[in-house]
Design a protein around this ligand. Structure first.
Ligand SMILES: [Zn+2]
Ligand SMILES: [Zn+2]
Length: 341
């Protein structure tokens, strides 16, 4: 079988390797689709602080089980599945308290350990989540980023009946807005400086799409939600401008969730955060219950994943996928690799 290997930033090789043997608690998955995300692009550019080369990428996947180990229960060949790419120690404080997404020794497949960009992948059954038969392999490959959004939305507790602002309409911002709506938020606003991304959000059913280059955010929030403003603001862009907007426009005593990986050191006005008793929280990856919610929201059509797919590339054209993303930064949402011929 073929395995993708990024040997150095910007250089991809395909190696002919044996189909892996599975242990008694493992399953063998025929990988069908792989999504590319912002973190992969950082690896491609040599700008990911916690990845060394060579590395096999691939952490957003869908596939089909072809073989199961003798001790595996509840998973059978032919099942459509996705995989949680976290490798955790199981021993540290967060792991012992159910928060394994915060494991002190956290490794993620495709970054600090071998990713799934190969024709077949052997993985512990505990990391495998079945997908409904009606779900496409494209959708299945987007459950991982959707789980990021689900976990982020839940950091603010129950969002039913709340008014929400999402700053940044890239793939994660789009999914956070859709998830909040799908989980019962009363009103959802999304902002960006790209009309194309806002158009995509509108296509996915987000009602208030605001270009902050042309519109005043404070006024837009007032127009949409009235003098009580928003209950929760999610920063899915993660820069001084957006976090500054969040602190400036948040209602006193309301919640701000930092979702995006923050770019560089922050120069935000924490005195205002103090004075307004703002509850600033952050979010990191997901746990299996977030995968379950992500699958449910997609199966119930409360989140639309198909409009996010910008392009497909063949497995052998992995490098072209990155070149395409670089050349179409503003318009690209999700690029998917077709792993099988
Ligand atoms: Zn990702
Ligand atoms: Zn741990």
């Amino acid at each position: 079988m073929l395995q993708q290997v990024m040997t150095a930033p910007g250089a991809i090789e395909f190696r002919e390797v044996e189909i892996p043997e599975i242990g008694e608690n493992q399953v063998l998955i025929k990988i069908m689709k792989i999504g590319i995300c912002g973190s992969d692009i950082h690896v491609y550019h040599g700008e990911h602080p916690f990845t060394t080369y060579p590395v096999t990428q691939g952490h957003e996947v869908s596939g089909e089980i072809v073989k199961t180990g003798s001790a595996v229960r509840g998973l059978t060949p032919g099942l459509k599945v996705t995989v949680q790419p976290q490798v955790v120690c199981g021993k540290c404080y967060p792991c012992r308290h159910g928060k394994y997404n915060l494991c002190e020794e956290l490794k993620v497949m495709g970054f600090q350990t071998t990713g799934m960009a190969s024709h077949y992948f052997a993985v512990d059954a505990s990391k495998v989540t079945p997908l409904p038969e009606i779900m496409t392999f494209d959708e299945g490959a987007m459950i991982e980023p959707l789980a990021v959004a689900v976990h982020a939305v839940k950091q603010a507790g129950d969002v039913r009946g709340r008014n929400i602002v999402v700053l940044g309409a890239g793939p994660i911002g789009n999914l956070v807005a859709q998830t909040a709506r799908g989980m019962g938020a009363a009103g959802v606003m999304i902002t960006d400086i790209s009309d194309l991304r806002l158009k995509k959000a509108a296509e996915c059913g987000v009602e208030h799409c605001i270009n902050t280059k042309h519109e005043d955010l404070g006024q837009a929030i007032f127009d949409a939600f009235g003098p009580d403003k928003a209950d929760i603001i999610y920063d899915c862009a993660g820069n001084n401008t957006t976090m500054g907007q969040a602190i400036t426009y948040a209602r006193k005593g309301s919640v701000i969730i930092l979702v995006a990986v923050f770019a560089g050191m922050a120069t935000i006005d924490l005195a205002v955060a103090n004075d307004h008793e703002l509850d600033i929280k952050s979010t990191m990856m997901y746990r299996s219950e977030d995968y379950d919610d992500a699958i449910r929201l997609t199966a119930q059509n409360k989140v639309r994943l198909a409009p996010l797919v910008s392009a497909h590339f063949a497995f052998k054209d992995y490098l072209d996928a990155y070149k395409y993303i670089d050349a179409n930064r503003e318009t690209t949402m999700k690029v998917i690799i077709n792993v099988q011929e």
